[in-house]
Design a protein around this ligand. Structure first.
Ligand SMILES: [Zn+2]
Length: 367
């Protein structure tokens, strides 16, 4: 009985801390979004060699560049967590690679590849974002990268009958709306700038095509083709230690610049929220919604994005257009609705509005 008062006091301190700190902690996690995790995906591996040059295989050179990129991030951006889909010569199915990124709540997915083509004179680096190919040439790259699924067991079931060589299969990429497209294009452009301006590679540009490896990744994601192993000079560059260091450094600088841009935008969003908070509002009518997308460009009504989600409601925050779905005046109810939305948008979160203006979640819940 003598220890009872001591026990009680610490018990109350814990209880107190939980009561006051937990909601605050959750709030920070939801509103102060920072770039924390990058998933680096070295293409192919194990029984899948990828493209083959006269001396090297794609699976080996891309692994070396992937590991170097991870090493630079660990060294120079210590607050960013690096996750590899493979760090050795093993076979990883395409859908598992996106799973790894989703499970780790990655802020960016970078799939690294090297190309090969019949005409040995073709060379240069290119970066792809997910979408429907606009040219035969881009379609060929997607076909080649997707055809590795035939090495997987029961691929027809896993990929719902997707035939990597049939153009009809690619219609899914037209129907889908990638809410992260803007951010993916932004990071892809940074990578191409680095390849061209800092490493002096031939810039083949940012392109769009339907890659299965990017399809299920619910974050900005890009597929980099470092160069052509079918071109003698380019193969020698990519196969060399120096070439791998150059390409990994270029990728590192692009990831770093993207992270800086991402973090400064989040800071700006926080600032806007703080300003809104200081605007006193007397009439209380709280509405909760689920935020699913944020974009610099306005998404047109009637596009597949609008068709995919019910009751899309857009609001402007600074220079960004933000999109929400669902609606309720009850917090528990909106959490319930969010469970379904999460299946499509892994990083969605609840936002609160009072008379049409965004307010802090904590403020809404206190009313
Ligand atoms: Zn590849």
């Amino acid at each position: 009985m003598t220890i009872y008062p001591v026990y009680t006091r610490s018990f109350f301190i814990v209880l107190f801390s939980l009561f006051f700190l937990l909601p605050k902690g959750q709030l920070i996690a939801q509103e102060s979004i920072r770039f924390k995790t990058v998933v680096i995906d070295a293409g192919h591996g194990g029984r899948d060699p990828g493209a083959t040059g006269s001396k090297v295989k794609e699976k080996d050179v891309v692994l070396k560049v992937a590991l170097k990129l991870g090493q630079y991030i660990n060294e120079y951006l210590p607050d960013v967590k690096v996750v590899y889909t493979r760090d050795k010569d093993v076979f990883v199915p395409l859908n598992k690679r996106a799973d790894i990124a989703n499970r780790n709540n990655a802020d960016l997915f970078v799939s690294i590849h090297a190309n090969s083509i019949g005409a040995s004179s073709i060379y240069g680096a290119e970066t792809f974002v997910l979408g429907l190919h606009r040219s035969e040439e881009n379609f060929e790259v997607a076909k080649k990268e997707n055809s590795v699924i035939v090495l997987e067991e029961d691929y027809s079931t896993t990929y719902e009958g997707f035939d990597p060589n049939s153009s009809e299969s690619y219609i899914i990429f037209e129907l889908m709306q990638d809410v992260h497209l803007g951010q993916s294009i932004s990071v892809a452009s940074m990578m191409q700038d680095q390849f061209h301006n800092r490493v002096g590679r031939r810039d083949r540009g940012v392109k769009q095509a339907g890659f299965l490896v990017l399809r299920k990744a619910s974050m900005p994601s890009v597929l980099v083709e470092l160069g052509f192993l079918s071109n003698k000079k380019e193969e020698a560059f990519i196969a060399s230690e120096k070439g791998q260091t150059f390409m990994a450094s270029a990728l590192f600088r692009a990831v770093r610049d993207y992270k800086n841009e991402f973090d400064s935008k989040s800071k700006m969003d926080d600032h806007v929220q703080l300003n809104r908070e200081s605007e006193k509002q007397s009439i209380s009518s709280i509405v909760y919604r689920i935020q699913i997308a944020s974009s610099k460009k306005e998404v047109k009504k009637g596009t597949s994005f609008y068709k995919k989600f019910d009751n899309i409601w857009m609001y402007k925050d600074g220079d960004r257009f933000k999109y929400t779905t669902g609606q309720s005046d009850n917090y528990d109810d909106i959490l319930q609705q969010m469970k379904t939305v999460k299946k499509d948008v892994n990083d969605c979160f609840v936002v609160a509005f009072e008379n049409g203006s965004k307010i802090r979640l904590s403020e809404a819940r206190a009313k």
